[in-house]
Design a protein around this ligand. Structure first.
Ligand SMILES: NC(=O)C1=CN([C@@H]2O[C@H](COP(=O)(O)OP(=O)(O)OC[C@H]3O[C@@H](n4cnc5c(N)ncnc54)[C@H](O)[C@@H]3O)[C@@H](O)[C@H]2O)C=CC1
Ligand SMILES: O=C(CO)[C@H](O)[C@H](O)COP(=O)(O)O
Length: 299
């Protein structure tokens, strides 16, 4: 299959590499020329503009967007729209809001798949977990690409109608916030408490058979190994926040109480006042662990 990829950053480059490794053809475009060059190095056909990109795609275009959520998706779709028809398929693999995805699915001339993507840059080797919303025929058509980008056939599922993929990913991120918060609180008590503990050892022993073992806990272990048991210069400032905000907004609309996710989101906003909490410093470092997001550091 031939796949057109727009957005070749941390995540898009992995989609390129895994798709090519599975024997498919990729046409790659990004505003950043260096990113296009890196994709070409991985075996993609480089495009230097959207026009060049669509010219290189065969009829029945299959296009995957991996650009930042929000305006970049709308701008890209606006440029693609004159070149699209009902036999084409567009996948948005970024962290778009499900409401934006429903709106885009209604106005896009192509079949539109909203695809929540989880796994972060570590997915380069493992593959991602993909939560897909939109028409069944388009999902079926792209199955070989989803098999390649995900951990395999079990790493992707169609969730339901337009928006459902990004809806499920939004809730996934709410859970991610709460898990980071609870690991942070536990390690904060261990750090401040009555024993002088090596937190890398604690995380390591918990990761070996304990009830609370997980990938995030492995990333806690990595953080303590790389930064030290006191997290070194990692600041208590946690960036991000949009997907958690949408999760909490939706919980209010649906009248479903989510006290843990709400508290974790509040901690993020509270962290911007900088008062030195260990749990916030660990959450800050974990966002680097799973997403390669920049780590604010203390002076
Ligand atoms: N980093 C992570 O752990 C995860 C990220 N995501 C989502 O995936 C999407 C991409 O994330 P990353 O790869 O981390 O971001 P990134 O910042 O590393 O890469 C984004 C790329 O898009 C390009 N770009 C921006 N606007 C563009 C436009 N109008 N046309 C063409 N290219 C454009 C940029 O030049 C950049 O190369 C985002 O929606 C993000 O929220 C989803 C799951 C995990
Ligand atoms: O989706 C992700 C992980 O699953 C991304 O890393 C996302 O950026 C995390 O959300 P936030 O930036 O709000 O921490």
């Amino acid at each position: 299959m031939q796949l057109g990829l727009i957005g070749l950053g941390r995540m898009g480059q992995i989609v390129v590499e895994r798709t090519i490794a599975a024997g498919h053809e990729v046409v790659a475009f990004d505003l950043d020329e260096d990113a296009v060059a890196a994709a070409a190095e991985a075996g993609a056909d480089p495009a230097d503009s959207i026009d060049d990109f669509v010219d290189q795609l065969a009829d029945d275009k299959r296009i995957w967007l991996m650009v930042p959520a929000g305006e970049a998706v709308d701008v890209t779709l606006e440029e693609l729209t004159p070149h699209l028809d009902g036999d084409d398929i567009v996948v948005d693999g970024g962290n778009s809001s499900f409401e934006d995805s429903v709106r885009r699915a209604e106005s896009c001339p192509a079949a539109y798949l909203d695809c929540g993507t989880s796994g972060g840059p570590a997915g380069a080797e493992l593959g991602f977990s993909l939560m897909v919303g939109g028409p069944q025929w388009a999902y079926d058509e792209l199955e070989p690409v989803f098999d390649a980008v995900a951990t395999g056939p079990d790493g992707h599922e169609r969730m339901g109608a337009a928006g459902s993929g990004h809806y499920v990913k939004m809730v996934h991120n709410g859970v991610e916030y709460a898990l980071m918060q609870t690991y942070g609180e536990g390690f904060e008590l261990l750090h401040e408490g009555r024993y002088d503990l090596d937190l890398e050892n604690v995380a390591s022993v918990w990761n070996n058979g304990a009830v609370i073992r997980s990938w995030l806990l492995e990333l806690c272990e990595e953080a303590f190994r790389e930064e030290g048991s006191d997290l070194g210069t990692v600041a208590d400032r946690i960036e991000g926040g949009s997907t958690g905000t949408w999760t909490v907004q939706e919980s209010l609309e649906q009248e479903v109480p989510l006290p843990l996710i709400y508290t974790a989101l509040s901690e993020r906003f509270g962290s911007r006042a900088d008062d030195g909490r260990f749990s916030r410093r660990l959450a800050n470092r974990l966002r680097y662990g799973f997403g390669r997001h920049e780590v604010p550091r203390r002076e």
